[in-house]
Design a protein around this ligand. Structure first.
Ligand SMILES: Nc1ncnc2c1ncn2[C@@H]1O[C@H](COP(=O)(O)OP(=O)(O)OP(=O)(O)O)[C@@H](O)[C@H]1O
Ligand SMILES: [Mg+2]
Length: 129
């Protein structure tokens, strides 16, 4: 079973190496407990391994995500430019059409882009305050 490292050494040790490829993992925690940071670090670890990554956020647009990642020294811009990373801002205003869009467009995008890591981050209210 192939394991994907999270980029967090302590967590990878606890997981015996990382997250099994193909698995869906949900991160639960109260606000400000580091869910978004974990998702960004997981994405950066993938990019560093050469994986194509898609990061979808309901709160932060592309520029905001780039800035947040930069605060930790994770340079996302170069990977967007080289076509290895796609950042997508989803609309929380009309959640029904957003979910319909995900169902309709994501499978194709996933295949054509060849994404190896996908992150869906539904919330991000505490960053950059
Ligand atoms: N492992 C960590 N150690 C110390 N600080 C951290 C750690 N992970 C995240 N933080 C800091 O904690 C704050 C909140 O993190 P983050 O936004 O990732 O939480 P969240 O769970 O996504 O919050 P929300 O539920 O509001 O979306 C940020 O300022 C972040 O820099
Ligand atoms: Mg968050």
């Amino acid at each position: 079973m192939e394991l994907l490292n999270t980029g967090i050494a302590g967590l990878d040790r606890m997981l015996n190496g990382g997250i099994p490829r193909g698995h869906i993992v949900t991160t639960l925690g109260s606000f400000g407990t580091g869910k978004t940071t974990l998702a960004l670090q997981f994405t950066y670890a993938g990019l560093s391994n050469g994986d194509n990554c898609i990061y979808m956020s309901l709160e932060e647009d592309e520029e905001e995500l780039i800035k947040t990642a930069e605060m930790f020294g994770w340079g996302f811009k170069q990977y967007i430019e080289s076509g290895k990373l796609i950042l997508i801002k989803l609309s929380a205003m009309n959640i029904k059409s957003t979910i319909e869009r995900i169902e309709k467009e994501l499978p194709d995008l996933f295949r054509t882009f060849g994404a190896e890591r996908l992150v869906v981050d539904p919330n991000g209210t505490t960053l950059r305050k």
